[in-house]
Design a protein around this ligand. Structure first.
Ligand code: FAD
Length: 500
């Protein structure tokens, strides 16, 4: 039997479509996250629920519970105000952020929902953001021309992130760049939905358990990985040779997205969370010093002590750092063994008025400059500044400097490193000003995470199995990632899953 040429073309196209469909369905099924942890479901709306911490995660949890009809929710906050690591400071009539600075108003769905609920205005972050080296040379998007010229036009937009274009073009030829780009697209195709939109640590992402540097090598992403490492370290997320790729990959696709829009709050981000808190029952200046859990018949009961007063609850939701929970909670063996695996950094944020501002390339735009330090993305540079931020609302010489510490350097050593770094960058602190010109300094317990080995040994599966056991739920940045959207999103997800 002879088959005509047209039939043959028709059959080939049909086969191609069938194959593509099969491949698409296979990948969707293979890489879509289906939670498997056993689930405790609460239905009694009269439960007395305590939330420890009035940061983004605790407030979102309480707000979500209230919206589902749970009205007996009390938040304990050790500080006098709400917000936690969202912490704004007013100085000379301007608001400075000592904690979270901006959110992504395209991808932050939980934040956007809350903003709608509370009818709050936000604005675009319009200061240029770049990277710089300790010699004071800055790189911005507009400096990418050389690199971009090597990339085929259709792919160019994807490379317009903050990169050291000269180094990059010298090091990578257009085939390597294209290969990295195509590998990147493949990873996004397989995992984007799970990486970006699924709360927590789905085990389908286990190929990302190795550290980000190794992951970039094995997945041929190195040309894209280096600039992203500068961005991640600048945000305080440790070092690419230590941090599991799964942590970084929760943020990088959003950071590279073409439609990304950074947004912030003119009157300080904390004012937003304070508004959320004002709609809830919050006990301020109420540090929880003891939590005891016991059974009353077959009911879980929780005894909570704060400010010398003890109260009883049916459930407790903990947003305070789990690695410090042993200070105020008798832990089960399983909890103790999991919580001691959590590592974190000490993150120094120093708002300082300089006598002489930092050197600036005269060709740069005369706008406030914010950027990460290319030279300080390696663990042996710990203590040095990783980021400098200049307020976009103030043209004084007021800068915010960010430094990471592994808890081993003293505050005096950290200050010495800071002043040396400022001097190297051409700036000068005012030694005669009160407190050397330091307006305020915050030291945060920051970016809880676990090692590659602990991920491989099922840290998150074990932790999720504990949700609801002994009437206890865990939220906060260890459960997803250290950003406002991630912590808020996880809280909302967990509350909606367990409290019907
Ligand atoms: C310098 C810095 C910059 C950042 N930049 C950004 C950014 O630009 N964008 C972004 O999205 N995210 C950013 N983040 C991260 C973001 O701020 C955090 O991930 C998020 O705010 C964490 O919220 P949380 O509720 O989980 O924890 P927290 O905000 O730490 O809240 C925990 C709360 O618990 C309270 N607490 C602790 N122990 C007790 C106790 N025993 N009793 C009672 N209360 C207790 C604390 O006082 C605190 O209020 C930044 C953070 C920092 C520090």
């Amino acid at each position: 039997m002879r088959i005509s040429r047209y039939k043959l073309i028709g059959i080939s196209i049909g086969l191609l479509i069938a194959f593509s469909l099969f491949f698409f369905i296979y990948l969707t099924a293979r890489y879509t996250y289906t939670p498997t942890d056993p689930m405790i479901v609460e239905t009694d709306k009269n439960l007395k629920i305590a939330v420890i911490g009035a940061g983004a995660s605790g407030l979102t949890a309480a707000h979500t519970l209230n919206a589902s009809g749970y009205k007996n929710v009390t938040i304990f906050e050790r500080e006098a105000t709400a917000g936690g690591k969202v912490c704004s400071y007013e100085y000379n009539g301007h608001f400075y952020e000592l904690g979270a600075v901006y959110f992504d108003s395209v991808y932050s769905h939980t934040m956007l929902d809350l903003i709608k609920d509370f009818d709050v205005d936000y604005e675009d972050w319009n200061g240029p953001i770049g990277t710089f080296n300790m010699k004071g040379k800055w790189w911005f998007r507009r400096d990418m021309k050389e690199t971009i010229a090597k990339v085929p036009p259709k792919f160019r937009a994807k490379f317009q992130s903050n990169q050291d274009s000269k180094k990059l073009s010298a090091k990578w030829n257009k085939f390597q760049l294209l290969k990295a780009y195509l590998n990147w697209k493949w990873i996004l195709f397989k995992h984007q939905r799970t990486m970006v939109s699924t709360p927590g640590f789905p085990s389908t992402l286990s190929e990302m358990y190795p550290n980000f540097k190794d992951f970039a090598v094995t997945h041929h992403l190195v040309p894209m990985a280096h600039p992203m490492s500068v961005f991640m370290t600048a945000c305080g997320y440790g070092y690419h040779e230590e941090i599991p790729a799964i942590n970084y990959m929760k943020v990088i696709p959003v950071a590279l997205a073409r439609d990304r829009r950074r947004s912030c709050f003119k009157n300080g981000w904390q004012s937003f969370w304070q508004k959320v808190a004002d709609s809830l029952t919050v006990r301020y200046n109420a540090e929880v010093t003891k939590i005891t859990r016991f059974k009353d018949g077959n009911q879980d009961k929780i005894e909570i002590t704060a400010c010398g007063q003890t109260k009883f609850f049916d459930r407790v939701i903990i947003s305070a750092p789990l690695e410090l929970a042993h200070h105020f909670m008798t832990l089960s063996e399983k909890e103790a063994s999991l919580f001691k695996k959590i590592r974190n950094f000490e993150y120094y944020v120093t708002l300082i008025k300089l006598k002489k501002s930092l050197n600036k390339d005269p060709n740069l735009p005369d706008q406030p400059l914010t950027g990460g330090v290319i030279d300080h993305i390696y663990p042996d540079t710990i203590g040095h500044i990783v980021c400098v931020l200049k307020s976009m609302h103030n043209d004084e010489n007021v800068y915010t400097f960010y430094q990471l510490n592994n808890w081993r350097k003293s505050p005096d050593e950290m200050f010495q490193i800071l002043t040396d770094d400022i001097r190297t960058l051409g700036g000068e602190i005012d030694e005669k000003a009160p407190n050397n010109g330091i307006i305020i300094q915050k030291r945060w317990t920051y970016f809880p995470h676990v090692s590659t080995k602990d991920l491989q040994e099922g840290f998150y599966e074990d932790l999720m199995d504990l949700q609801g056991v002994q009437g206890t739920y865990y939220i906060g940045s260890i459960m997803d990632f250290e950003s406002v959207e991630h912590t808020a999103r996880f809280s909302k997800y967990l509350m909606e899953r367990h409290f019907h």
